[in-house]
Design a protein around this ligand. Structure first.
Ligand code: XMP
Length: 511
């Protein structure tokens, strides 16, 4: 089992970022909410604890709280912002609302460069602050190891213990030496061996899947995306032909995608059945115009079809899924599952309906780690490098009701756009690209004729994880070329527009 850093979440927007930074150091970590903490003995080889920030104030009576006494004696601890304030308060220090809210860049002063936490940092290192409270008085037995111009206690250490608190966020890139601080804590203070690598993950996961699954049969739905493909390959390495994959053509995929992806899967040695269910999906979608209604109709049809196909395989015991860590964290967050903005998890009811045990080999990995594991297993780059594609596919890119004819028009438009991006070497620079068919018609002129035809939107965004996004500044020449091709080649479309909205306040998809 890997050495583990426990990250206790008090609700900060940056908690996942802390975990990603720790993992970038090749050290395994887990996030657990402060109010659902596992017993520390149950975590394998626990090496240290990080207490996250929080939007709350320790000065409020109902602020999140965790008795830390027992931890401090057993493990190195690093409190970040709220974590640092909560620790200082519990140990007898004083935390007060700051006179000015400290937000943004600051420079560290009076650094104790002999401190194991701050060694190798530069004397006036830039850090990112975001807090409304400040540690006015440190507890006895605590030494201040860094300040800023306006914050007396920017970093502190408990004498005789490997326990530290910092008032800045080392996990955000604006803290230019934040990585050094985290490395010092995780590698030098907690003494983690930095052996959490994708090779090691594949080896350990395949071994534990063999143990878990024995000779049982597993069924898994492939989507053509990175997560389900990598999950399938891991399970395949463990149980070979006992993994039965199902790839459903819901009629909402990109042009030629079903055939191309099915081919790639077969080349990868997967035991996969392709199911043409286009007609069933179009029927389920007939007349449905509400975006959530469409998601639900598509999700329900998928579950029915998948269940039916899975029943053709005798004696299946397990359902394989490509669930990844952000989904897991979200479902047990400090505030409970976050409010639904869009129901992204389209097939949530599948395990309940099928009465199968669930196996999710990627549930502790972030997306970039999934790609890395895929590379280690030599999965083709055409699968690993793909832009994200939503489960309901073109169904939520055709505004209003969905018909086979509209799907066909949008597939042609999308194909010209995506091939254009690939041929111009722009595909990998864009996080996600999409074409959207609007439910309106516009006036145009072709030859001597007045036309009244469809409008399509091209959307391309840059993003890290889809939570926020900016529109991609694609070259005008490229947009002009693609727009000409679309209007000349796709019958029924006479106008192309480019979406220049960022998220927030817009979203990436139009529905
Ligand atoms: P939004 O539109 O919320 O999208 O900015 C963020 C990311 O999520 C994808 N997305 C979905 N994925 N089922 C999915 O599997 C969905 O219903 C769904 N809706 C949005 C979207 O493509 C983007 O990558």
């Amino acid at each position: 089992m890997p050495e583990t850093i426990l990250i206790v979440d008090f609700g900060s927007q940056y908690t996942q970022l802390i975990a990603r930074r720790v993992r970038e150091l090749d050290v395994y970590c887990e996030i657990h909410p402060y109010n659902h903490l596992p017993s520390l003995d149950s975590l394998s080889s626990l090496k240290g604890i990080i207490l996250s920030g929080s939007p709350c104030s320790v000065t409020e009576s109902d602020a999140p709280n965790l008795a830390i006494d027992a931890m401090l004696d057993k493990f190195p601890v690093l409190g970040i912002c709220y974590g640092a304030q909560m620790m200082a308060q519990q140990l007898g220090g004083e935390v007060l609302p700051s006179k000015i809210r400290e937000y943004g860049r600051a420079r560290l002063r009076h650094l104790d460069l002999h401190s194991r936490l701050l060694k190798e940092m530069t004397a006036d290192s830039q850090v990112w602050m975001s807090h409304g409270d400040t540690i006015a008085e440190v507890p006895s037995g605590v030494e201040v190891i860094a300040s800023t111009e306006s914050v007396k206690v920017a970093a502190y250490k408990l004498q005789d213990k490997d326990v530290y608190g910092i008032q800045f966020h080392p996990e955000v890139t604006h803290s230019t030496e934040g990585k050094t601080v985290l490395r010092n804590f995780v590698v030098h203070i907690c003494e983690c061996a930095q052996d959490w690598t994708s090779d090691q993950f594949v080896e350990a996961t395949v071994a534990s899947l063999k143990e878990q699954l024995q000779n049982d049969k597993v069924v898994l739905g492939l989507s053509g995306g990175v997560d389900s493909s990598v999950a399938a390959m891991l399970i395949h390495q463990a149980v070979g032909k006992n993994l039965h994959c199902i790839f459903v053509d819901n009629g909402l995929l990109r042009k030629h995608e079903f055939e191309d992806v099915l081919h790639s899967y077969k080349d990868m040695g997967l035991n996969v059945t392709g199911v043409d269910a286009k007609a069933e999906f179009y029927q389920a979608l007939a007349g449905v115009t509400d975006p959530e209604g469409k998601r639900k109709a598509i999700g329900k049809a998928f579950i029915e079809i998948f269940d039916r196909e899975a029943h053709r395989i005798e004696n299946v015991k397990w359902l394989g899924q490509g669930t990844i860590y952000p989904d897991v964290i979200e479902s047990v967050s400090v505030k409970g599952p976050s409010a639904t903005i869009k129901s992204h998890h389209n097939v949530g009811g599948l395990p309940e309906k099928m009465h199968l045990k669930v196996v999710e080999p990627l549930r502790m990995l972030f997306k970039d780690e999934v790609r890395e594991v895929g590379r280690t297993m030599e999965i083709d780059d055409t699968i690993l490098g793909r832009h994200p594609f939503p489960g309901p596919g073109l169904g939520i890119r055709i505004l209003g009701d969905v018909t086979a004819e509209k799907v066909q028009i949008l597939q042609e438009v999308d194909h010209i756009f995506i091939s254009g991006l690939k041929n111009s070497g722009l595909y990998a620079d864009v996080w996600q690209a999409a074409a959207v068919l609007l439910p309106i018609q516009a006036v145009g002129v072709m030859g001597d004729e007045r036309t009244y035809e469809r409008v399509v939107v091209l959307r391309a965004v840059s993003s890290v994880d889809g939570m926020t996004a900016d529109w991609s500044h694609l070259p005008y020449e490229f947009l002009s070329e693609v727009s000409n091709q679309i209007i000349n080649q796709v019958k029924g479309v006479n106008r192309v527009v480019y979406d220049i909205s960022s998220k927030p306040p817009a979203t990436i998809e139009w529905e």
